[in-house]
Design a protein. Structure first.
Length: 102
């Protein structure tokens, strides 16, 4: 997958929220979640819960991180560059040419 920001190849992996020994010793056990907040409307969406691994891609050049969502009711996806709807079988966006393939 190419980075939607700098177009460099991204490495595939996974993300998870995990406590650290330092955090446990200083704060104790706490329940952590990762939230996304929409800048325009302030809407919050829960992205990850602790210890749950989610498929993701990381760009070593610019540091961008793309986390694959777990909701895919129609199989359709959204282009990461222009936001156009791409059917599940497509790997290249018809509108802007962005591709998942590296």
């Amino acid at each position: 997958m190419d980075c939607p920001h700098c177009r460099a190849p991204m490495s595939e992996g996974s993300c998870r929220i995990q406590g650290t020994l330092f955090g446990f010793l200083t704060v104790g056990i706490s329940y952590m979640k990762l939230f996304y907040s929409d800048a325009a409307g302030g809407r919050e969406v829960e992205v990850l819960q602790p210890w749950v691994m989610q498929r993701s891609h990381h760009c070593l050049r610019c540091g961008s991180l793309v986390i694959k969502g777990d909701k895919d009711p129609d199989g359709d996806i959204t282009c990461l560059r222009c936001g156009a709807v791409m059917v599940a079988e497509q790997s290249t966006c018809e509108k802007c040419g962005w591709t998942f393939e590296g």
